[in-house]
Design a protein around this ligand. Sequence first.
Ligand code: MOS
Length: 730
Amino acid sequence: MDTSVGKPLGRVDGRLKVTGGAKYSAEMPEEGVVHAVIVGSTIATGSIVSVDVKAAKAQPGVLAVLTPDDAPKLAADPVKKQSPTDMVVHALQSRKVQYQNQPVALVVADTLERATYAAALVKVKYRAGKPKVDVKAEQPRAYKPKQINGKPADMDQGKASTDKAAATVDATYVTPYEHHNPMEPHATLALWEGETLTVYDTTQGVFGTRARLAALFGIPPESVRVVCKFVGGGFGSKGSPWSHVVLAALAAKAVKKPVKLVLRREQMFSQVGFRPETQQRLQLQAREDGKLLLVKHDTVSCTSEFDEFVEPSGKSTRMLYASDRITTSHRLVRLSVGTPTFMRAPGEASGTFALESALDELAVKLKMDPVALRLKNHADKDPETGHPWSSKSLKECYRVAGDRFGWAKRDPTPGSMKDGRTLLGWGMATATYPTLRSKASAKATLLPDGTARVLAGSHDLGTGTYTVMTQVAADALGLVPAKVKFDLGDTRMPETPVSGGSQTAASVGSAVKKASLALRDKAIALAVADPGAPLHGVPAAQVTVENGVLVSGGKREDFAALLKRKGLASLDAEASAEAGPEKDQYAMHAFGTHFVEVRVDPDLGEVRVSRCVGAFGVGTVLNAKTARSQLLGGIVMGIGMALMEETYLDPRSARFMTQDLADYHVPVNPDVPDIDIIFVPESDPHVNELGAKGIGEIGITGVTAAIANAIHHATGRRIRSLPLTLDKVL
Ligand code: MOS
């Protein structure tokens, strides 16, 4: 039987999605649902003096106006977190205001329009303080966070070299505030039945949301059900439950009806996190032959006044290149803004802009080819842990992407390559992302018709989870994908981790594989055990399953016949999968590279990315089509990060002024060239049961630097702050 894993199977949920059959969280039908609208603060720091709700309450259809004076009290302090990835939420529990557009009141009405209008009538009086708005100005007060992703904030590896440096780089790179902007806004529909809470939430983590709500409302997790069947993009912004999730549940409690709360786009620019601004100083020292003597990467980023999030930009610097000494630090400044959060490749995306730009600067100074410089400093083992790599195909990535791109024809002199009056620039950079996994569980069930149903309470962010899990289960069970129905997105299903850190396929896929294999073994055991059964007495190891038929030599019995013969309505198996001892023996990362061509208008400074070739070593490719789409999506987001994305913070009010997709520019079709994705064959027996590395985030890493390096090649201009807009190019 042909295996399904690896095949470019079309999305099993594709038809539902394009026909509107896919129900997103805000579309879940609930009888008698009413609508909540958040009133946001108009100051960044201070306190509420009074809230006048009279006019709002008098409007027809208004059921409640909740304020810090009368909102139901939570059972637990929202400052205390259930997990390190939880965010401090603002759910009308105090009169304190700590960022612009923070929820300060909530209007509930029978229609969205009435709630929206009434919300506009709520009058709030404030006592305002002076906001802190400038990362650079606050830098003298920067502090060292306790940790970054469970690791020390500072690291100093290796020893200072006594060799003389032939070239040095010492430069500061800046990345701006960015907002994720998934197409589907954050949305929660909450309803109480007695002391039981059901929440339809658009989230990357149904179990995290369940734990948080249970703690905040003081009820056991079993009394909270979180459901999320489809996610219209998350990119990290839906990785933790934010204030609106808690507010929806509070409002549902207050009005004793199902309450739907959908954030407006402008609220998504304030209440659900962002990538913080970073100031990154990068120092490099190298010998004449390119050998790195020192890599020093010091990052300052911002967090809020009330919570802590570190953009760990030095993370990839710790492991990407061999150098006599590698030193990295992270510092935080507190600003009067909401809490920043994980945004696609948090740390790696911002950090590789600095590191990969600086390496290009070094290559120019050394008059060395940028690829040759990277090969010279290739890390044969992990510089951070000293462990061998579980697998690494980076050299092969450089080779195949460079060949496909035609890198050998590059004239390194800036401004030397032209097409008519248009300047051409060729640049490259390395991409990397860690291979993560967490404990996950799954359940597989055989049904009387010989089909299987497989469950794991996971998520599909548009990434293809439904499809890939179907393929993994089908292969393990010996069924064609059409005979497997995989379902996800419900805390009543087996527990899985947050769909973040590019870990879903590896974590949940391993559990799905184990559960499916366990079920297959169970079926085989039944088939060989019974006297009189077609396969009776055959050693279990000699039975294979092909297209739902248990076979050994000429003997056969299919799944349906087996269940019928045994009088079983179903047969099931559950399994959990988690990291084994390999995690402490090997360093696990995906690697890749981007080669890009830009076309720069010499008079207007306009930059167009005209060609992109990426090569990646990501272990087993589970689905050639959805995997390619993940890489494409990452690269497109990288083009946006490089050329367009930036949120402006008003220095007077500390309000994010960019509040819609007219002002927050993301790439559209004409901004994106044909992107060539190459998967370098790579087999990794150590990472997980599937041999698959996460691919949700690696695509965006390195893209910004490859484009900045290409712009330098085209123009001779080195731009060290994103986005690379035309005013900086000229
Ligand atoms: Mo991703 S930023 O880990 O959701």
